[in-house]
Design a protein around this ligand. Structure first.
Ligand code: MG
Length: 293
């Protein structure tokens, strides 16, 4: 009888836990469990409008990343930004690595061996063939949506095409953004909308695929076994695959304009916007980790 009751009780607890996870959306950061803060091994975070503020990297972000690193939390940047930028972040920031161009690759720099590890999800031949298709896609987009521009950081990209919708151009209309997405879709390209660009690429990968690869290369384990030791932080629709796959996700407050269009929501939302929200998250984690909160 006891055995049956135990099984029933455990099953009930499991069901309850699943239910709690399912309804844990859009909660304030103060609700992140103490245990998660204590056990945290990895903080994966988007860059633009998540750890930046109004297009700049405030000093509090670098300070937050250093503090996390000193507290034993491995910070990994996850971005749509180009390979050229990623090389800099991997080399000069106290991070364990960076996933770039929406998952085309990850870079990880070892300070001990002074070697940069560069892992691409597609082969060099595939990337070369895809570049030709991206060049054709670029011409088509510029022809059909004259108000848009190719992003200023395009020369430093290896695997994708970034269309500027809000960074160095006046914000494009919803119709223009939809048109660009429709052209990309019609060409068989993958695409994601960030707060500043539409990134287009050929290949069946995204931030999540590369995140999986990074985690298994670094730890030898899978995402499922790491769920309670990872937090992901983002701000826009291109973070949605992470919001969907991970249990412990955070968005900074500027996610609010996308909430209605997102199918998969973050578990927690900061009250601060961009970098200020990231600092708020960091402060909460470290306070709980130090046992002072
Ligand atoms: Mg972003």
């Amino acid at each position: 009888m006891g055995g049956v009751s135990e099984v029933a009780a455990r099953t009930y607890e499991e069901v309850l836990e699943i239910t709690v996870k399912e309804i844990a959306v859009n909660l304030p950061v103060s609700r992140i469990p103490d245990q998660l803060c204590a056990d945290l091994e990895f903080l994966f975070t988007d860059i633009d409008d998540t750890i930046t503020y109004q297009g700049m990297m405030p000093s509090e972000t670098l300070d937050a990343v250093y503090r996390l690193s000193h507290a034993g939390v491995k910070v990994v940047l996850v971005t749509g930004r180009p390979a050229g930028w990623c090389d800099y972040f991997a080399r000069m920031w106290p991070v364990s690595g960076i996933i770039g161009e929406n998952g085309a690759f990850y870079f990880s720099y070892s300070r001990e061996t002074r070697k940069m590890k560069r892992i691409y999800l597609l082969s060099e031949e595939e990337r070369r063939a895809n570049r030709k298709k991206l060049n054709m896609l670029e011409r088509k987009i510029l022809l059909e949506v004259p108000a848009c521009r190719i992003s200023a950081d395009q020369p430093f990209r290896i695997a994708d095409l970034a269309v500027d919708i809000c960074e160095d151009v006046d914000p494009l209309s919803r119709e223009e953004i939809d048109k660009i997405c429709s052209i990309a879709r019609g060409s068989g390209a993958e695409y994601k909308i960030s707060s500043i660009h539409i990134n287009c690429w050929f290949g069946s990968y995204d931030k999540l695929t590369c995140f999986d690869r990074f985690l298994s290369d670094l730890t030898g384990e899978t995402m499922d076994t790491y769920q309670e030791r990872i937090i992901y932080c983002g701000d826009s629709p291109n973070d949605e695959p992470m919001f969907k796959a991970l249990d412990n996700t955070v968005a900074v407050a500027n996610i609010e304009k996308y909430l209605e269009s997102l199918e998969h929501l973050p578990a927690y939302i900061t009250s601060g916007r961009g970098a200020h929200g990231f600092a708020e998250l960091t402060n909460h984690i470290l306070k709980k980790r130090n046992g002072t909160g």
